[in-house]
Design a binder for this molecule. Structure first.
Ligand code: PNW
Length: 500
């Protein structure tokens, strides 16, 4: 434990409040007692390397934030009139969640949001990406709104703004009202696209006096595939390919309809875009031919979402064969409604690409069994993904404004003997990814901000509480939050506006 003297020094460093310090497990071990960015000692050491530092900073005003989503952190699933979502139903179905947990309580953010805003503030973040639970606002999906549901987000937004943190709201992070699944078959019907637009308009009309940035849909790629293709996520469907492509079309349409609905209902100047986990295509070796091949692969492998959103048409290859979605020309115009930015969730390299003289123009290297992974086996570290994905999106589709809407990793996060979680694996991952993001911004790739996934440990979908992505550890018995060592790393990075 920290000595009294250390604790006083730490508080003098002005990074964490007294109340947070009371809650810190082994605060001294977190490096919080080390010279802070504001202290003279760090300044002196900076003088010895001024040139390197000048080149390695992020752009002035770069926005540093953290991210969460409603079902993963809120809990309070039966409070204030919230209706059930497809994730309540799914998580309560035996055999779906590895540790048999649910999001019923999750990180109890619904009740602890004030404390959580202080955690954000202690990091020095100036933005928070959260999602709005559709079934809180419309318990039946459509029809009568539940004003008490939106009140939670009013309170959260006010608390964020009072603490100098800009709210970035995601409208759909997978918790579809169960009523829409029951009534229309959820995203298998375009009635859900329309319902999503109506809900988005309602929320934007009421929050856009304070929320200036909205993300429509989080990670179409994942919930279409896992939720509707292989049944590993809610609603647990295993649809044949043609129906799956139709679901993807309805999701893209829902995105476009929501963009238009938000523009019609929100205050002038409200900005809107998607938050997508693009299929990431990395040149296996950075030659001009491989880079071109990786760009072609990006277009082809993101055909059903980013490509159609940003080009207004599906590539011919996507439409060839019997599984093509059915759509109208008007659908495509709606889907490609102009955006203010593109949000990108960046975790892992999906494909290493090599130029080839075949029809596609590329081949994809298979992953060798010895390729490393983080605690989650799907999460292979490939820091250059953080350079190539925003660069491809800016170049291939001429996108002028990008946010990294998620990036982070799970870790084993075992406390050491002194109680501290020395998550140097997470720090290794973040340091390398952020260095590549800095490489991108220094070359003029237009990334304006970065949201680290996640502020705190939370309900990781089918992995329950077995995969922890937080900068803050959450004890799910007591709901106590304690910073991991990576919280200090992120705070230091933000303070320097450069990778710590
Ligand atoms: C994202 N992949 O999911 C989601 O947006 C979050 O809700 C989630 O908690 C977070 O990342 C961590 O998993 C992903 O297989 C899941 O590449 C899987 C992949 C990517 C993102």
């Amino acid at each position: 434990m920290a000595t009294r003297l250390q604790t006083r020094e730490m508080m003098a460093s002005n990074q964490f409040s007294r109340r947070q310090f009371a809650g810190l497990a082994a605060a001294s071990a977190l490096g919080l007692s080390a010279p802070s960015a504001a202290s003279g000692q760090t300044d002196r050491s900076r003088k010895s390397e001024p040139k390197r530092r000048a080149r390695s900073t992020f752009p002035k005003g770069f926005l540093w934030g953290t991210a969460t989503s409603s079902y993963q952190v809120e809990g309070a699933v039966n409070e204030d009139g919230r209706g059930p979502s497809i994730w309540d139903r799914f998580a309560h179905t035996p055999g779906t969640i590895s540790d048999r947990s649910t999001g019923d309580t999750a990180s109890d953010h619904f009740h602890r949001y004030k404390e959580d805003v202080q955690l954000m503030k202690a990091l020095g973040t100036k933005a928070y990406r959260f999602s709005i639970a559709w079934p809180r606002v419309f318990p039946e999906g459509t029809g009568s709104p539940n004003p008490k549901g939106l009140d939670f987000y009013n309170r959260l937004v006010d608390e964020l703004l009072a603490n100098g943190i800009a709210p970035f709201a995601t409208l759909y992070h997978w918790d579809l009202p169960q009523a829409l699944q029951d009534r229309f078959g959820g995203w298998t019907s375009r009635d859900t696209s329309k319902a999503f637009a109506d809900y988005s308009a309602y929320v934007a009309a009421r929050l856009s006096d304070r929320v200036k940035h909205f993300f429509t849909i989080n990670e179409c790629s994942r919930f279409v595939h896992l939720g509707h293709g292989i049944g590993a996520d809610a609603p647990g469907l295993k649809l044949p390919q043609a129906e799956l492509n139709q679901v993807r079309h309805h999701v893209a349409l829902g995105h476009g309809m929501a963009v238009r609905a938000i523009r019609a209902s929100a205050r002038a100047g409200t900005k809107v875009g998607p938050a997508e986990n693009a299929v990431s295509c990395i040149p296996a070796i950075e030659t001009p031919a491989n880079i071109r091949a990786a760009e072609m692969a990006m277009r082809e492998l993101n055909a059903g979402y980013l490509t159609v959103i940003l080009e207004g048409k599906y590539p011919d290859t996507y439409l060839a064969g019997k599984d093509a979605p059915k759509f109208t020309a008007e659908d495509l115009r709606i889907i490609s409604s102009p955006l203010d930015f593109v949000g990108l969730n960046v975790y892992t390299p999906d494909h290493y690409v090599i130029a080839a003289e075949n029809e596609r123009g590329f081949t994809l290297a298979p992953f060798p069994a010895s390729f490393p992974h983080m605690k989650a086996t799907w999460l292979r570290p490939g820091p250059e993904t953080m350079y190539w994905v925003p660069r491809h999106v800016a170049k291939v589709w001429n996108v002028k404004s990008i946010y990294i809407t998620e990036n982070g990793t799970s870790g084993s996060d075992q406390p050491a003997a002194d109680g501290t979680i020395y998550d140097v694996d997470r720090i290794m991952y973040l340091r390398n990814y952020l260095a590549q993001l800095q490489r991108a911004t220094s070359e003029g790739v237009p990334v304006s901000g970065y949201f680290l996934w996640s502020l705190m440990d939370n309900f990781e979908w089918g992995d329950g509480f077995e995969q922890r992505f937080g900068l803050y550890h959450v004890d799910f018995e007591t709901q106590r939050r304690s910073p991991k060592l990576s919280a200090s790393f992120y705070r230091e990075t933000i303070a320097r506006n450069a990778v710590a």
